[in-house]
Design a protein around this ligand. Sequence first.
Ligand code: ZN
Length: 132
Amino acid sequence: MTIREARIEFIKDVIKLLQFCEEKIKEGYIDYFLIGEVWRRQITQDWLLKKGWTKAKHSNHQDFRAIDLLFFKNGKQVKNTQEKLPDGRWKAAAEVEEIGNYWESLSPYNRWGGHYRSFCDVAHHERLLYKR
Ligand SMILES: [Zn+2]
């Protein structure tokens, strides 16, 4: 798969994801969501790196293959923490896992930040160039 194809497939899956989130609002699973960062400049990535808020020199946001969705549930934003549940899942990720699982079910190339091993990023939905 070329980068161009990956970007196009990413957009198709994002459209499905937004529709799925809309259904999840109707079901009462989440209150609402906001679209956060999509495309990112190198200067922003460098700044995040300097602040220690990312460890990546290059993000899939810079390559038009990532979107951040901010979820609100039970009256407040679902925020990333380093807390884990006894079963090993991130506590924050467990709150919106149905959405993250849906994203990954759309393609083996889709990865959700709530399933990262070293840190939790519930907002982050990305398209990889390789299968998970
Ligand atoms: Zn992100």
